[in-house]
Design a protein. Structure first.
Length: 167
């Protein structure tokens, strides 16, 4: 069978449809109705929903960034608290993580340079993590150099990769 422009004309399609049995015609007609429905409900609507969710997340992140930028000046001029009385950074972090209920979430740690430590936490409660980091900063002068926080699949729990720096 050779394909040409004429084989896709309405007359040619009508002739081919007429050559089909009644059962085959019903199948073709049903497919002609279902194909657009499947396209709309199987592709276009989920895609639209995904785009809408992405726009909402982006707007929330922009709002969070604006707030962070508005308080950055206050934090920059705030006096730094003294560090932890001669204890090593690892000891301070480990002790405070246990006190905050995050010891079970600590998946690993390693030095990240002078007076810095890299940590991995898995399935840590987000609120406890934020409170712990705030307490480390306020009580020990330990700051977060970098953080990557992702959802852990369960609402309220996160996986985090942190680099903390003393002083």
């Amino acid at each position: 069978m050779k394909l040409s422009r004429e084989s896709f004309s309405f007359d040619a399609l009508e002739q081919r449809l007429a050559q089909l049995s009644a059962r085959e015609r019903r199948i073709v007609q049903l497919a002609a109705v279902l194909a657009p429905v499947l396209l709309i409900f199987g592709v276009l609507l989920p895609l639209d929903h995904s785009v809408s969710e992405t726009h909402a997340r982006l707007q929330k992140k922009r709002t969070d960034l604006e707030w962070m930028q508005s308080v950055a000046g206050e934090l920059a001029v705030a006096p730094r608290p003294p560090s932890g009385g001669g204890e090593s950074l690892l000891v301070i972090v480990d002790r405070s993580a246990r006190e905050s209920g995050l010891a079970g979430a600590l998946a690993g740690s390693e030095p990240a340079g002078p007076a810095a430590i890299s940590l991995r936490l898995q399935k840590a409660p987000f609120d406890a993590l934020v409170s712990w980091l705030a307490r480390l900063s306020q009580q020990n002068g330990i700051r977060v150099d970098s953080a990557t926080i992702d959802g852990a699949g369960v609402p309220g729990l996160v996986n985090a990769a942190l680099v903390l720096h003393a002083g």
